[in-house]
Design a protein around this ligand. Structure first.
Ligand code: ADP
Ligand code: MG
Length: 577
């Protein structure tokens, strides 16, 4: 059943139909539910919007934020203030203002997240939540002292009507999250959660990805807080305590709130658990304990309800489906004409770097000719990956010069080097499993791509089709998808760090035949790091040999491979020759 990855019907039609259905269900519930449940329902919707936000920052972008209700307080504060001064526009416009203000607060909180990770980020955000808590008790929300109630829009003044309004706001938020997650921002969040180095190598800014995640997440928190203000009509600080923020985070983790349906399910738990405890006569604080235990389980096992349910569903639907690999058996079309080598496009001079006592690289020179593939070989630990790291800007402490097409790259960050046309792949897997093959390729390529162009490049390398989720693609094929993405970025030079490492040996040469055609097909010159000499022989015009961090030999393939020094360096690994 071929399904086009980009059919507008699947891209816009399905979510819009679901949204209309959700609004209709919201209306039915608003007239059908018992009055008490209508109020609980509004509480659940408020929690749902806050959880959606947490899903963005923690689930998608992989960061910890323990102050989501502080952002909600910002939203509630803005709405209370605008209500107090009787600002024009009414609650819906104020909600928007509250969301924007919280978004700005999110960027400010996100700034430390650029440097902090894990437990440190947790401490900072929880500390902020506690500080905000105390401050709110001091200053109170605008209008509460004078007993001013928040004015709801005329059409939605009763609780039933307000429930419907809230369900519309929730639906709009869900749609927004759905589409933003499919945009460049969303791909950036997934990428940064999986590997910051991989994100930078794709020419994307790690900083922007983290800050947009915090901003969107906080803005949703702000909308939730504003909606709560309209629900309770006078806002008090205990609704936004640090403890509640912590519990909400735990709920987001255990339910898997990066999935929209799971955020809503989490919201239902948020009201249902305390409600059930109340009915059973158990003190409601036990709710925190229950959430805490489930959250601990989710954090220690790395699993969550949403993912578990989806796995079950998938296994049922397609029990026989395994992982997708590559298909490289057929040789590539040999008729393509290989252009003659040009002037050097990448010139590297006198590169050196030490790690403590270890001189990993000293005085390395090399040149990648235009239209060519330069092979860099050498025994394990020779410094090949270190060389790629230096050229691509990941080791700023290194000395020496790197010139691309006549311009110096010295002093530029990895992101800037990638944008300047110098791309690299990694020896380890840096491909985020949360995206589809097509979404990842688009993210890495950083330019508008037609579906045909993507399909073409993928099939040239025998990769699975664009719509395949990367989590179903085996590691060898994932690394070829990475290459396709970088090639479609049309850089001047692509550095490949042992691209065949994840593939079965019989596919190494098949890959080599394709790499040989890369300059002609994609207009990209290649520096190929490789351990497998068969592959190098089948691809490289020129070879540079590294040994103990120094250039041992450099020149045309036949000459270098006949060099007795090179043979000696490889003696320990004679089976390679
Ligand atoms: P290759 O890719 O050729 O197998 P590497 O470039 O990975 O070799 O490593 C070259 C040398 O530098 C090795 O001795 C390795 O242990 C050392 N090295 C690499 N990265 C680091 C690092 N971050 N810290 C300390 N030593 C390192
Ligand atoms: Mg290496």
């Amino acid at each position: 059943m071929p399904r086009a990855e980009n059919s507008p019907l699947t891209r816009f039609g399905v979510p819009l139909v679901l949204a209309v259905a959700a609004v209709a269900v919201g209306y039915q519930l608003s007239v059908g539910l018992d009055g008490y449940f209508v109020f609980l329902g509004i509480t659940a919707i408020v929690a749902g919007i806050a959880l959606l936000g947490l899903g963005v920052v923690s689930g998608s972008a992989g960061m910890i934020s323990l102050c989501q209700l502080t952002f909600a307080a910002v939203g509630a504060w803005v709405v209370s203030y605008l209500n107090k001064i009787e600002a024009p526009g009414g609650l819906l416009l104020w909600l928007l203002c509250g969301g924007l203000a919280a978004g700005v607060a999110g960027i400010l909180v996100g700034l430390p997240a650029l440097r902090l990770r894990g437990i440190n980020l947790a401490v900072v955000t929880l500390g902020l939540a506690a500080a905000a808590d105390l401050t709110l008790i001091q200053i109170q929300f605008p209008g509460t002292v004078d007993g001013i109630s928040i004015e709801r829009p005329e059409m939605f003044s009763t609780d039933r009507e307000y429930f419907w309004l809230a369900s519309i706001v929730l639906t709009v938020c869900c749609l927004a999250v759905y589409f933003v997650r499919r945009s460049r921002w969303g791909s950036g969040w997934q990428a940064v959660a999986f590997s910051e180095r991989g994100t930078a190598a794709a020419g994307a800014s790690v900083r922007t990805s983290k800050l947009t995640a915090f901003a969107v997440s906080a803005a949703l928190g702000g909308v939730a807080g504003g909606l709560l203000a309209g629900q309770v009509s006078q806002v008090y600080p205990p609704s936004f305590s640090a403890m509640q923020s912590l519990a909400l985070y735990v709920l987001a983790i255990m339910s898997g709130a990066h999935l929209i349906d799971m955020a809503i399910f989490g919201a239902i738990l948020w009201v249902a658990v305390p409600e059930l405890l109340k009915r059973w006569g158990v003190p409601q604080d036990w709710g925190f304990v229950i959430f805490g235990l489930l959250g601990t389980h989710a954090l220690t096992t790395g699993g969550n309800l949403g993912t578990a349910v989806r796995e079950l569903w998938r296994r049922r639907a397609k029990s026989a489906r395994g992982t997708a690999g590559i298909e490289l058996t057929a040789p590539p079309d040999e008729s393509i004409e290989l252009p003659p080598l040009g002037e050097p496009v990448l010139v590297v001079r006198d590169l050196s770097v030490s790690f403590g006592e270890v001189k990993a690289l000293s005085g390395v020179d090399l040149e990648v000719p235009a239209n060519g593939v330069l092979g860099v070989i050498g025994p394990n630990g020779a410094g090949k990956s270190t060389l790629v790291d230096i050229i691509s800007g990941f080791l700023p402490q290194a000395t020496g010069t790197v010139e691309l097409d006549g311009g110096t790259l010295n002093g530029l960050s990895p992101t800037r080097r990638a944008r300047a046309g110098l791309r690299r792949t990694f020896q380890q897997d840096r491909v985020p499993a949360g995206l589809s093959v097509g979404a990842y390729v688009r993210f890495v390529a950083r330019r508008r791509l037609g579906a045909a162009e993507i399909d073409d490049a993928l099939s040239f390398f025998g990769c699975p089709p664009a719509r395949t989720p990367l989590r179903r693609v085996d590691v060898g094929a994932r690394r070829l998808v990475e290459i396709v993405g970088h090639l479609l970025a049309r850089p001047k030079v692509l550095l490949l760090d042992e691209p065949a490492a994840g593939l079965p040996h019989e596919e190494h040469v098949a890959l080599g035949l394709r790499l040989r055609q890369v300059p002609a097909r994609f207009g990209v010159s290649v520096l190929l790091i490789e351990h497998d000499l068969d592959l190098v022989r089948s691809v490289c015009d020129r070879i540079t040999v590294l040994d103990f961090g120094q250039v041992l030999a450099s020149g045309p393939q036949a000459e270098v491979l006949a060099n007795p020094e090179v043979l000696k360096a490889y003696m320990g690994e004679t089976e390679m020759l």
